[in-house]
Design a protein around this ligand. Structure first.
Ligand code: NAP
Length: 338
């Protein structure tokens, strides 16, 4: 077993990590960190557990450690669910100290030597770990994209054989995407908020890196124009998005491509049976009905129409965050980087 920890273990994404790692066949969860407010106390006594599953027994009695390199270096691999402003330097220092870091935070995503990976889309970008190693880093930092960018790029993976030059996307994003204390009930109940700070910029930039090609130790960005409009809606979990691509193909050929999608990974414990699932009903996908498909790891698509227009949806704290990061870690292990 590989000893692992979760940084920011008490937060919305941190709790998902704890839930998904409790019975993991490869990873042994031994370290949980949070802010100084929580450090030194038992996880079970501090965490305000908000998931439908019970708080895992294994985590209940773990003493929360401070989020410092000295405590983190005791494990082989950490999953970072820290606020971005704290994550940046700390993750790099952990990698320098020999720890593998799989991060949800945005701070290091666009660094040229840091892979921004969705295993079903660009697993070869893990090759950037070699660039980090060439610079003397013993561990590594590997990131997963922003939650809505993951859903979008997963839905684009089956469409690689079609040519298009522009993507327009309008998102309807769940409240949990802002963290537990991110949106006040009085602000979101009976409402839609047409602004999520930095979200549109992240979708527009991160997509180019993920869909780019790794050449000579660097990623050449994809040549596609991405235009995003992001909105917060009163849904607890599950980001939905409407997409427009300038693909002129018959929609039936696009449906066939979705059905035939065969991702370039296999045998990873967190990988769902269907990475991308095509719904035929006109009123699907819906977050409440479809977000837990594939234990929350499947991205649902539907409403394929001429133009090309379609809808994609996935669970933001599982597929869009903790589950994505764990799948990255499994890929890293399977490729012998750890
Ligand atoms: N929510 C999503 O759907 C989603 C999706 C993708 C990526 N992300 C990213 O994942 C990260 C975590 O998001 P979240 O929604 O889980 O946030 P959150 O609910 O606010 O949780 C933040 C966590 O960080 C800890 N923390 C706060 N300040 C700290 C400090 N100074 N030192 C050490 N630990 C500190 C908190 O510990 P205390 O409890 O002790 O304060 C808590 O465990 C963010 O970078 C976010 O952008 C979130």
């Amino acid at each position: 077993m590989i000893s692992v920890g979760v940084l920011g273990a008490t937060g919305a994404v941190g709790q998902r990590f704890v839930e998904l790692l409790a019975d993991h066949p490869w990873f042994d969860l031994t370290l949980l960190t949070a802010s100084d407010r929580s450090a030194g106390k038992k996880y079970g006594s501090v965490v305000d557990w908000r998931l439908e599953s019970a708080l895992p027994e294994k985590a209940r009695d773990i003493l929360i450690s401070p989020t410092t390199v000295d405590t983190i270096r005791k494990v082989d691999l950490v999953f970072s669910a820290l606020p971005s402003e704290i994550a940046g330097d700390l993750e790099l220092s952990c990698a320098q100290a020999g720890v593998g870091v799989c991060s949800n935070a945005s701070a290091n995503r666009m660094r040229p030597e840091v892979p921004l990976v969705v295993p079903e889309v660009n697993p070869d970008h893990l090759g950037l770990i070699d660039v980090q190693r060439d610079k003397g880093v013993n561990g590594f930092v590997v990131t997963n994209p922003n939650c809505s960018t993951i859903m979008m790029t997963m839905s684009l993976a089956p469409l690689r054989k079609f040519s298009y030059s522009s993507i327009q996307v309008a998102t309807m994003q769940a409240i949990s995407g802002a963290g537990f204390n991110g949106v006040a009930a009085m602000a979101i109940y009976d409402n839609v908020i047409p602004y999520i700070g930095q979200e549109e910029e992240k979708m527009e930039l991160e997509t180019l890196k993920i869909m780019g090609s790794l050449e000579g130790g660097e990623v050449k960005n994809a040549l596609v124009d991405v235009s995003a409009s992001c909105h917060r809606v009163p849904v607890i979990d599950g980001h939905t998005m409407a997409l427009w691509l300038n693909i002129k193909e018959d929609p039936e050929r696009v449906r066939e491509a979705f059905r035939a999608f065969n991702p370039p990974i296999s045998g990873l414990p967190t990988q769902p049976t269907s990475s991308v699932y095509l719904h035929d009903a006109d009123n699907r996908p819906q977050p409440r009905l479809d977000r837990m498909r594939g234990r929350g790891m499947t991205v649902s698509v539907g409403r394929i129409r001429k133009g090309l227009r379609y809808v994609a949806m996935g669970h933001n704290t599982i597929r869009g965050a903790a589950g994505a990061s764990i799948l990255n870690a499994e890929l890293i292990v399977s490729r012998k980087y750890l």
